[in-house]
Design a protein around this ligand. Sequence first.
Ligand SMILES: *[C@@H]1O[C@H](CO)[C@@H](O)[C@H](O)[C@H]1NC(C)=O
Ligand SMILES: *[C@@H]1O[C@H](CO)[C@@H](O)[C@H](O)[C@H]1NC(C)=O
Ligand SMILES: *[C@@H]1O[C@H](CO)[C@@H](O)[C@H](O)[C@H]1NC(C)=O
Length: 255
Amino acid sequence: MKSTRLCCLFLPFVIQYTSIVSSKSISDWTKVVLTHHWPVTACMLLGSSCKSPPKMNYWTLHGLWPNNGDSCNNSWPFNVTEIQSLLPDMHTFWPDVAHPNGTKFWKHEWVKHGTCAVVDESVNSEFKYFSKALELYKKLDLTSVLMKYNIKPSPSYYRMSDIRNAITSTFGVHAKIQCIPPSEEQSAQILGQIEICFNQEYGLTDCVHEKSTEGSSPYFNKLQFFGIYQELNTGLMVCDEQLDTYYPPLNELHK
Ligand SMILES: *[C@@H]1O[C@H](CO)[C@@H](O)[C@H](O)[C@H]1NC(C)=O
Ligand SMILES: *[C@@H]1O[C@H](CO)[C@@H](O)[C@H](O)[C@H]1NC(C)=O
Ligand SMILES: *[C@@H]1O[C@H](CO)[C@@H](O)[C@H](O)[C@H]1NC(C)=O
């Protein structure tokens, strides 16, 4: 008798709880990171995988990363036909640095980040996800922003504070800026990646450094499941504010 009562008393609660849990398995994101990389540095990181160095003299897209998880839906495969009309822009602004004609990079970004982003109506299809990333990228126009502050690829070094100031003054928010740390051959750190963050309404917001997960090579961590970047053996770290910073020009790759 007693157990029956218990059952009926708790059943509605159990059902409700279960439905909350399942709808929470992919929760909405509250922040999305637009990650740009400097193709010259990306190619340096890729080492021998970077067989046809990019000729791009501008920052290109790495990805649009929501903060609600990774690889959220394996049953939603990447289909390049869905973004056919975006391909000219994709090749121009979101090239696969290692394989300029390939689509693996986009597939990876879709499977890992796009399938999580889609829970928000603004990006609830493959087409909308890639379109939104391109739209935000063009709106920010990072290469011009740096240029306006006279920060351009150069054999001479920059102070980190000058690079940071260009971004903060323009956008009014803090970006996460990553570099290849200095090495024996290279006394300066090398500018590599710039992350700009947006809230759910696509308003600019500060990128908060997650210090505990910064690790020794976050770039590698992010790409470790990305087969074509497996040869990557050195990583990016948050740039040191005190170190000279090298913004490598294209000819760095042809030395
Ligand atoms: C995963 O993707 C498939 C195919 O688009 C879709 O039908 C399904 O609802 C998605 N699952 C979740 C949990 O969003
Ligand atoms: C890929 O997308 C196109 C265009 O929407 C569609 O016609 C095609 O059936 C899709 N292919 C697969 C394998 O789902
Ligand atoms: C990429 O495609 C272009 C134009 O279709 C071609 O000229 C070039 O050789 C290709 N590059 C590689 C690495 O396959």
